[in-house]
Write a protein that binds this ligand. Structure first.
Ligand code: GRG
Length: 298
């Protein structure tokens, strides 16, 4: 990544991330009807120190399509709520059984399993409540709800997780691995860009370019995730490393080897940037984020 793009991403993140966190905080339930411990567990999972990549993708996509980030903020929050729910549930003893997430004890370690399940359930529901309350034409709201439901549902996020839980089938290869990750990781990357574009009333050619970008960046993100599990530092990542090997998971370094995995991630990031080529101005943050995906250490 050139120095300029790196600086741009740092400045973008410094400017936007506090706004995202304030909007997430404001979206949490305040009424007496929400039990205090449930609200605390939701707050803990949602406002934990993650990277906020998905909300930033929503806002960057909206801006790239000449929309405003303020308009897209509810959609940005909705995707992060689904992401936070998926992490809380993924960490449960019945799934990955993790003690550490985002540098802190996992939600169920702090609040107990039952409350962590409920916090995840409530965040998933709150995502759709947040989208439904968005200040946008009814057709845009309906399209956003449908897109997020599809991405989070049985054929995408939950389906990918189910295949992962079942473990690799005999003879599973690179195509199977990519199919799992396109759903498990790629689904939320894809819908982040789609929601930003929907809110900004993007042209079909812009939707198509952003879909190409998201497919490439989502897969590159996952390859790097697998590499970090082998080579990364647990204290920087804020989670346990070496899990994939311990759990006998099918991974990119396991199938391709480390060097070929890195080369594949590099090619995918080039493809992602190429997808933005005919897009017009305003795509620099998306270009910078693609570079970050490749070079990240957390
Ligand atoms: C429980 C339905 C359900 C789905 C779980 C999120 C997930 C699916 C599994 C987590 C395991 C994993 C490593 C998934 C792939 C990559 C991924 C989603 C990493 C976490 O995303 P980051 O790095 O997290 O953007 P932060 O904490 O920075 O937001």
């Amino acid at each position: 990544m050139t120095e300029t793009l790196q600086d741009l991403l740092v400045h973008y993140t410094e400017r936007v991330r506090p706004r995202v966190d304030r909007a997430l905080e404001a979206a949490l339930p305040r009424g007496d009807g929400c039990p205090r411990r449930l609200r605390e567990a939701m707050h803990y999972g949602l406002l934990a120190p993650g990277k906020r990549l998905r909300p930033m993708l929503v806002l960057m996509a909206a801006e790239a399509c000449e929309g405003s980030s303020a308009q897209a903020m509810p959609a940005a929050c909705a995707v992060e709520m689904v992401h936070a729910y998926s992490l809380i549930h993924d960490d449960l003893p019945a799934m990955d059984d993790d003690d550490l997430r985002r540098g802190r004890p996992t939600c169920h370690k702090v609040f107990g399993e039952a409350m962590a399940i409920l916090a995840g359930d409530a965040l998933l529901t709150l995502a759709f409540q947040t989208l439904a309350a968005m200040d946008a034409p009814a057709a845009v709201v309906a399209s956003c709800c449908a897109a997020l439901a599809e991405a989070a549902g049985a054929e995408q996020l939950v389906g990918g997780q189910a295949d992962d839980v079942d473990g690799p089938r005999p003879g599973a290869d690179l195509a199977v691995l990519e199919a799992i990750h396109r759903r498990k990781t790629g689904s939320l990357f894809g819908v982040s860009l789609r929601l930003g574009a929907l809110v900004a009333k993007a042209k079909p050619s812009q939707h198509a370019a952003l879909a190409r970008y998201s497919r490439a960046v989502g897969l590159a993100f996952q390859i790097v995730d697998d590499l970090l599990d082998v080579e990364g530092a647990g204290e920087v990542l804020g989670k346990r490393v070496g899990k994939d090997v311990d759990h006998g998971k099918l991974t990119f370094p396991g199938v391709l080897g480390i060097d070929a995995s890195r080369a594949r991630a590099r090619r995918l990031v080039d493809e992602a940037r190429a997808a933005l080529a005919d897009f017009g101005p305003g795509t620099a943050p998306l270009e910078a984020l693609a570079g970050f995906v490749l070079e990240r250490n957390r």
